[in-house]
Ligand binder design. Structure first.
Ligand code: PEP
Ligand code: CO
Length: 385
């Protein structure tokens, strides 16, 4: 495995027992790959067709996936939601839709603040099921490297569930549920970088389509360095503070050969800031990078209600999509698809379409507020090309 020691890695946990973390890394390095190189190549071919304007992409799922929700029944309802939303987008776009879950590895979260203050005092932030526990106690928040093994096993179970449902490797490429997650936790991802068997290349065998987030996309950082060397298609989130120069630098690093569909740029500006996307689309187009522009209308629209609960308003989400479509088309970019946090469960975490979130059993996200199925349908209907 290639070490990331040369570049700084943002957002990594401070494992209290580094020896145990090293043992987990070796166990992962000796484990079976979760995806095959041949499958990754098939997804790359679909994303190349997306760049040509032939297909669209729907990328959807939990903010933080719960490893306990990996059974065939859990995965069947997630796949069903992807199918419903994909059908709506297909009609709105007049193009077949590539369905991609935020699943089978979406177990680690970046945090803006390393600590949170609650009734019990100051606690380390929750960093996702692969790092620590969500309960507000010091004990739960202690980072435990053993959780990476739990994450690997849960991901493997999701892949097996997809196979059992006929939505994995045996499915036709447009029937298949492809997997994606944020490649955040380097102690998990790096041991799963494997040889492609072709010309000395490597790919990430933890997922078909890794992305890096707004907090880990530093051009000289370890996450960009990791994605740059992978044969997988890759994606990168861009927020409202991104400059055109930064976007171009990321394109040069992540798509040096200007391969159609190789790089997706996922805009998550927020409805209030979406105008800032226009100069980036123009600059990337002028530089000749055939990127996929994806719209994440969730992460720039997170607010706190009067009680301090994190919510997102459907109006903001829908407005961001509308502006995204007009800005990207006007700039000559490819409007490739939607990236949303949505759940098949009957939840009330986002506001709108009859829901007003309050703390309680219908607000159960491990991290950010997700759309419920009715809200997700309303949002997908805004994908009109
Ligand atoms: C996420 O996708 O859950 C996330 C943290 O996104 P971002 O990096 O855009 O904030
Ligand atoms: Co999120």
């Amino acid at each position: 495995m290639v070490s990331n020691a040369a570049s700084a890695a943002a957002q990594q946990p401070d494992w209290p027992d580094p020896g145990r973390a090293a043992a987990v890394r070796s166990a992962l390095a000796g484990s079976e790959p979760l995806v095959r190189w041949d499958d990754v190549r098939q997804l790359s071919a679909l994303l190349a067709r997306t760049a040509e304007g032939e297909l669209c992409v729907l990328q959807a799922g939990d903010c933080a996936e719960d490893p306990a929700e990996s059974t065939v029944a859990d995965v069947a309802s997630k796949a069903e939601l992807l199918d419903v939303l994909g059908d709506i987008m297909r009609v709105g776009a007049g193009r077949p839709v590539v369905k991609v879950g935020r699943m089978a590895g979406q177990f680690a979260k970046p945090r803006s603040q390393p600590y949170e203050c609650g009734v019990g005092g100051r606690l380390p932030a929750y960093r996702g099921p692969m790092v620590n526990g969500p309960e507000p106690t010091l004990r739960a928040r202690r980072a435990d490297p053993g959780r990476m093994i739990g994450g690997y096993r849960a991901a493997r179970q999701v892949f097996r569930s997809l196979d059992r449902l006929g939505r994995g490797g045996d499915a036709a490429v447009l029937e298949r549920v492809w997997t994606s997650h944020e490649a955040l936790l380097l102690d998990y991802e790096t041991p799963l970088v494997r040889p492609t068997g072709e010309g000395g290349g490597h790919y990430l065998a933890s997922t078909h389509w890794p992305w890096i987030g707004e907090r880990t996309r530093q051009p000289d950082g370890a996450h960009v360095r990791l994605l740059a060397r992978l044969g997988n298609p890759v994606a990168c989130k861009l927020g409202p503070r991104t400059t055109a120069a930064e976007a171009l630098r990321l394109c040069a690093l992540l798509d040096p050969d200007r391969v159609p569909g190789r790089l997706a740029l996922i805009a998550r500006f927020g409805a209030a800031n979406i105008a800032g996307l226009a100069p980036l689309v123009r600059a990337v187009r002028r530089a000749g990078h055939p990127v996929l522009w994806m719209c994440d209308p969730m992460h720039g629209n997170t607010v706190r209600d009067a009680s301090g609960l994190k919510v997102r308003h459907l109006d903001d989400i829908m407005n961001e999509i509308r502006w995204f479509l007009s800005i990207v088309s006007a700039g000559g970019g490819s409007c490739a698809g939607l990236h949303v946090e949505a759940s098949p469960l009957d939840i009330s975490e986002c506001a709108g379409a009859g829901a007003t979130p309050v703390r309680g059993p219908r607000y159960r996200t491990l991290c950010d507020p997700r759309l419920n199925p009715m809200q997700a349908v309303a949002v997908a209907a805004h994908w009109q090309l």
